[in-house]
Design a protein around this ligand. Structure first.
Ligand SMILES: Cc1cc2nc3c(=O)[nH]c(=O)nc-3n(C[C@H](O)[C@H](O)[C@H](O)COP(=O)(O)O)c2cc1C
Length: 171
């Protein structure tokens, strides 16, 4: 898949099949996060890989809006450093890199935002001065049952030509 094909077909996946992800694909996903750009090149992120099945099941307790976490092959807990001004923006770019790279290998993911952060940080031994941004599940999914549909605002609602409010002819 080229980049635009990935962007235009990407969707959040909330149901996964049991199928192992090759180590090299998993490493490529992690690497995509490491290579993300950041303000001042601060790289204010740490990635905790969880692949142990018992631990993936335990994560369900802390992922209040992502019970599907226990179905996946691996998860990445994205930890940010609040001492860097743009830590969440920067780390979100790392997340998008990882999610798109995974998608190019037909691996699904979904941002899990509602978390028991205190419990999760304690469980993973994350230092108190850091912050958990999200937990990302990664796994294969049944392509017949998931993905493909995008609900987005229309171009007329968000594109402006030369001045705000001018919905001219773009191309
Ligand atoms: C900051 C953020 C938080 C999100 N939190 C959750 C979540 O807690 N649980 C969930 O199932 N999806 C979550 N999502 C996924 C969104 O619901 C999803 O991206 C959106 O509905 C658009 O659908 P799509 O990703 O399939 O295109 C989150 C997405 C973002 C960007």
């Amino acid at each position: 898949m080229d980049v635009f094909e990935c962007v235009s077909t990407l969707s959040s996946i909330r149901s996964y099949i049991k199928k192992e992800v090759p180590d090299e694909v998993m490493m490529e996903v992690l690497e995509a996060g490491r290579l993300a750009p950041s303000a001042h090149n601060d790289q204010p992120w740490q990635f905790v890989l969880v692949r142990d099945k018992a631990r993936l099941s335990d994560l369900k307790r802390y992922c209040k809006s992502g019970g599907f976490i226990s179905q996946v092959d691996f998860a990445i807990v994205v930890v940010t450093d609040p001492s860097s001004k743009w830590h969440e923006i920067d780390s979100t770019r790392a997340v998008q890199n990882m999610v798109l790279t995974a998608w190019s290998h037909k691996l699904g993911s979904c941002w899990i935002g509602r978390l028991d952060k205190t419990g999760l940080m304690d469980y993973l031994h994350i230092p108190e001065n850091l912050n958990v941004l999200t937990v990302l599940p990664f796994g294969y999914f049944d392509e017949n049952l998931a993905g493909g549909v995008k609900y987005r605002k229309g171009r007329d609602e968000i594109f402006h030509l030369n001045t705000f409010g001018n919905t001219g002819k773009f191309a």
